[in-house]
Design a protein around this ligand. Structure first.
Ligand SMILES: [Zn+2]
Length: 178
């Protein structure tokens, strides 16, 4: 579906990469989005999640689809002054079982932040899922983690990025049409 892009990208984590997975290009097709959500739901059905929580914006569509497949509600956290926060009247009950849903996990940073949002509300995070795991198995999450596919793409610290050295323009995905 053309979701795997070649170039020079600044990832949300701050790392640079020659590849980017723009999951929105898959999720724009409702049937494919629904199929991804159903496949992720099958992997975690036994965890007994009562609600899905995703980080905005990337996690919203797939979170909705996983929630649909599990038959539970799907809410999202969004950044307010740099911090992920529950807004719009979204709330978690103390002890409520939460599944965190992402589109792509690279360093696991935003997943961990989303887990922290749930725990701060007193909820219990029973697991996390992503369509794509590009962490190389390195994501240090303290909950069960599942993905539909593991994809290995090179990532670089900005100060040692060969693409920067070569003078290739840096693109922040989502900030313009690629
Ligand atoms: Zn670079």
């Amino acid at each position: 579906m053309g979701a795997l892009l070649d170039g020079h990208f600044r990832l949300t984590s701050g790392l640079h990469s020659s590849g980017y997975l723009q999951c929105a290009l898959v999720l724009q097709h409702p049937r494919e989005a629904e199929a991804c959500g159903a496949a992720l739901a099958e992997r975690v059905r036994g965890l007994g999640a009562q609600v899905v929580l995703s980080p905005a914006l990337g996690g919203i569509v797939i979170g909705q689809e996983v929630g649909r497949a599990l038959g539970v509600r799907a809410i999202f956290a969004e950044r307010q002054e740099g911090r992920l926060t529950l807004r719009r009247g979204f709330a978690l009950e103390p002890g409520e079982k939460v599944l965190v849903v992402e589109d792509v996990v690279t360093t696991g940073g935003s997943t961990r932040e989303t887990i922290d949002v749930a725990r701060a509300a007193g909820a219990v995070v029973v697991g996390a899922v992503a369509i794509i795991d590009r962490s190389g198995g390195q994501q240090p999450l303290d909950v069960p983690f599942h993905s539909l596919a593991a994809v290995s793409l090179p990532t670089y610290e900005p100060e040692s990025c060969p693409l920067c050295l070569a003078g290739q323009p840096l693109v922040k995905p989502g900030s313009r049409t690629v």
